[in-house]
Design a binder for this molecule. Structure first.
Ligand SMILES: [Zn+2]
Ligand SMILES: [Zn+2]
Length: 381
């Protein structure tokens, strides 16, 4: 019998509290083991990858775990695909590192004067620490990249010294917040003034008094929602600046939180209605939890989709694209593209705003999504 590795045991005890954890250990040791139809003789390294995949895709649910084990017994490669471990031989280990690193973080931050370091490459703000973190887990993931000059860190105070935020009106009820000069990934946050309250979609790293005053003049922020971890910026500081407004994140992002805080509220499943009016929808692809926001009142009532990187607007502003990694040019499989398109085409919208300056599709955006998906699938063959 190939026993569970130490890391596998740690993952099980973190994701399946006892007594279920013991049952999961037994199942993995006996049912997800040498009995799988492996292509070569079973070894501990190969089995660990399959076991990690079963654990990840089960989302802590033992019934789902049983189904995944039966799937592995038919074809273990399918389980790697479901867990998003199929594209790279290292992805499962990076995932385990992230989960276990997040488990070691405190749930409630202590009052402290230590800075919250910000990664200069991705703009993510980390929990307070005396020294900068050794690694940026967002940048070490293959959907981002580590600065070739080396990992470097800054703080909000330093960012304030050299940068400012510029607000611009995109259409009535929708403003973009962009940092100048460009900082880190360079995305924009979008403020939706919906009928029942304002929602900040995605975030930037800089927040200062001028920004807070300008947004207060537009009615403040009653909720924040993030599409995926590349856009988290300094979201916790943003929430604190607006009366601890809740930050809605898909539950899949639990492992990506670098600065835990009680203002973060996880939502599960496929769709979530916000009290302010807009709705959140998980479309997956770029990240398993990749979320889009639908603002039905936008575009004079024809509906606006805030798509971020889940459905990326191309530079011609007539097409979109769907990538696993944008900086490293890793495409998505056709089945995944179909899943994203099926999801977003169920929504009623005519216009798309992506996460970046000037990248929007003014009208007939649903046709653009369909046309782009056909073109994309033809290109990847
Ligand atoms: Zn980073
Ligand atoms: Zn991204």
């Amino acid at each position: 019998m190939i026993e569970l590795s130490t890391t596998t045991r740690q993952l099980v005890s973190h994701l399946f509290p006892s007594p279920v954890g013991d049952q999961v250990t037994q199942l993995l040791e006996h049912e997800c083991a040498e009995n799988l139809p492996l292509t070569s003789s079973p070894d501990a390294v190969g089995l660990e990858r399959i076991r990690f995949a079963v654990i990840r895709a089960s989302d802590g649910d033992i019934d789902r775990l049983l189904k995944l084990i039966s799937l592995a017994q038919q074809d273990w490669r399918d389980v790697l695909v479901v867990a998003e471990f199929a594209n790279s031989v290292d992805e499962h280990r990076l995932w385990a590192d992230r989960v276990l690193a997040a488990a070691r973080l405190p749930n409630v931050p202590e009052e402290t004067n230590m800075p919250n370091y910000i990664c200069t490459n991705c703009g993510n703000q980390y929990g307070a620490s005396e020294e900068p973190p050794l690694h940026c887990l967002i940048c070490e993931d293959e959907r981002e990249f580590v600065n070739p000059e080396g990992q470097s860190w800054t703080t909000l105070d330093e960012v304030k010294r050299e940068h400012r935020n510029v607000l611009s009106t995109m259409e009535p009820g929708l403003s973009a917040i962009e940092t100048e000069p460009k900082f880190a990934i360079g995305q924009r946050a979008l403020l939706v003034q919906a009928s029942k309250g304002n929602v900040l979609w995605d975030c930037v790293s800089l927040i200062d008094n001028e920004t807070v005053e300008a947004i207060q003049a537009l009615g403040g922020i009653s909720a924040l929602a993030m599409s995926h971890p590349h856009m988290f910026g300094s979201m916790v500081d943003w929430s604190h600046a607006f009366g601890d407004a809740p930050i809605y994140l898909h539950t899949d992002y639990q492992q990506w939180i670098q600065r835990p805080d009680p203002v973060i509220e996880f939502w599960d499943g496929e769709d979530r209605n916000l009290a302010e009016g807009p709705t959140l929808h998980r479309c997956g692809g770029h990240f398993k939890g990749s979320t889009v926001l639908l603002w039905p009142e936008g575009a004079e009532g024809r509906g606006v989709l805030l798509s971020s990187d889940g459905v990326q607007v191309a530079k011609d502003r007539r097409h979109v694209s769907f990538m696993y990694s944008y900086p490293n040019y890793i495409p998505l499989a056709a089945t995944m593209v179909d899943r994203i398109v099926d999801k977003v085409l169920q929504l009623k919208f005519d216009r798309i705003y992506s996460a970046f300056h000037y990248l929007e599709i003014e009208a007939d955006a649903k046709e653009a999504v369909q046309r782009s998906a056909d073109r994309y699938k033809q290109a990847i063959g």
